[in-house]
Design a protein around this ligand. Structure first.
Ligand code: FES
Ligand SMILES: [Fe+2]
Length: 434
């Protein structure tokens, strides 16, 4: 309610009060309603004059927004200021407040490390080594415990005699991370050296629905508790069983949060995605996860549309465990801070989001299918081709926003068709301690 409207209510309320009083009809109800109307109005926003125009200044989410003095926008939600998308100090603070403490998805566990082999990945400048101890995948720092040399430099490979050997002084580690060889360390000068003290440093990891997740905060992280809100949300799609059949990779010239925001609204769909907009009505979005690290919900498929593909036809029968309503919709969920999951009737799309710098984000998009259903490659491409086009359209507008941030203008108001975006901002600001 604007200040002007509040003043009007105060004026309207006065005659009503005196009428009731002199008519002897003063009731508790009238007192209560009028008391509510006489509630103190919020303070007038401070005004600024710029180039002859007057602007109101309003603090929202700990930062200042400015809008024209004649507008009624102060009840609306505004975006984050540009500094959150371009400042190195914010990026560094995110490392400590978000990425050092959150579960980060590395991808599908089956495609990462197998018995007898290794994979290397870089997460937030941390070199990691994925090994398989025969029972499960484990994640270690890809760093030797002698003088911190990188152990494996290739993206993947086979263990040498069941060991990873450091290329510098030949210390060697087993697939369980134990130091099994340290040449010449058993002499009298190194008395007290115990190889069990110098195994590889392990990173907390868990496999959930076939995804390998890591957390650099080894103290106090509990996946079951942290992921409680979504632990079973995807059960009908039986994600554990699905296997990637298509993989799309992108380098996007935009801050990672712009990708989260873009994914979470379809306000842009009529302009940016003409094909997608024919498959799914852009106003059909609803949300069943409304707060915290996990947000999103389903959109409906248009009549006659079976799935999100180039021609709207499904690539396979709907996954048999889905309910009738789940067979008519596509879900869009963000799992803060590294993942989107989009369950379709016949497949599941996943985006892995990896920030590289303030204005560079690497994205891998995988389409997961039931391995027991025979699907021709051409059909896989009907889905992958559709999403490749759509992804590129999205990255383009994210890059436009990133470029616009250079001007450092005050943020604008969110549309009613962007209800999840203030939720993303709220969660982000809360974990940033802003
Ligand atoms: S740094 Fe690895 S053995 Fe010396
Ligand atoms: Fe989009």
């Amino acid at each position: 309610m604007s200040v002007l409207e509040q003043r009007k209510i105060r004026c309207d309320a006065l005659p009503m009060f005196w009428l009731n009083f002199f008519g002897g009809k003063l009731t508790y109800f009238a007192l209560w309603t009028n008391a509510k109307k006489f509630a103190p109005a919020p303070p007038e926003p401070e005004e600024t004059s710029i180039s002859g125009n007057r602007y109101k200044n309003v603090i929202f989410g700990g930062f200042q927004n400015r809008y024209h003095s004649s507008s009624k926008l102060h009840a609306m939600k505004f975006g984050l200021p540009a500094k959150y998308y371009r400042d190195q100090a914010v990026f560094d603070q995110e490392s400590e407040r978000i990425f050092d403490r959150s579960w980060v998805c590395l991808g599908r566990v089956d495609s990462l490390a197998n018995p007898g082999g290794y994979r290397t990945v870089q997460v937030e400048n941390r070199p990691l080594l994925l090994l398989h101890d025969g029972e499960r995948s484990r994640v270690f720092y890809n760093v030797c415990r002698h003088r911190q040399a990188i152990l494996c430099t290739d993206e993947s490979g086979s263990l040498n005699g069941d060991c990873v050997q450091c290329p510098y002084h030949a210390w060697a580690y087993s697939a369980t991370g134990d130091l099994v060889r340290a040449p010449n360390m058993q002499s009298s000068e190194s008395e007290g050296f115990r190889s069990e003290d110098f195994g590889l440093v392990e990173v907390a990891s868990v496999t959930w629905n076939g995804f390998l997740m890591v957390n650099f905060n080894s103290e106090g992280c509990c996946f079951g508790e942290d992921y409680k809100a979504v632990l079973n949300v995807y059960d009908p799609w039986d994600l554990q069983r699905l296997r990637p059949r298509a993989r799309l990779e992108y380098d996007v010239g935009a801050n990672w949060k712009l990708l989260f925001q873009n994914y979470s609204e379809c306000y842009h769909c009529p302009t940016v995605h003409p094909v997608l907009s024919r498959l799914t009505p852009y106003k059909s979005a609803s949300n069943d996860l409304l707060a915290g690290a996990f947000l999103g919900g389903p959109m409906l498929l248009s009549d006659g549309v079976e799935s999100m593909t180039l021609d709207g036809k499904a690539v396979a029968n709907p996954i048999s465990t889905l309910s009738p309503s789940q067979q008519k919709q596509v879900g869009y969920y963000t799992l803060f801070p590294t993942m989107f999951i989009s369950p379709h009737p016949d497949y599941v799309m996943v985006h892995y989001v990896s920030r590289q710098s303030t204005d560079h984000t690497r994205v891998t998009c995988e389409l997961l299918f039931d391995p027991d259903v025979e699907i021709a490659e051409a059909d896989i491409q009907r889905a992958a081709g559709f999403w490749d086009t759509t992804n590129r359209q999205d990255w383009h507008v994210c890059e436009l926003v990133q470029r616009g941030m250079v001007a450092d203008l005050p943020p604008g108001p969110y549309s009613p068709l962007e209800p999840v975006l203030p939720m993303i901002d709220r969660h982000y600001l809360s974990v940033m301690g802003a």
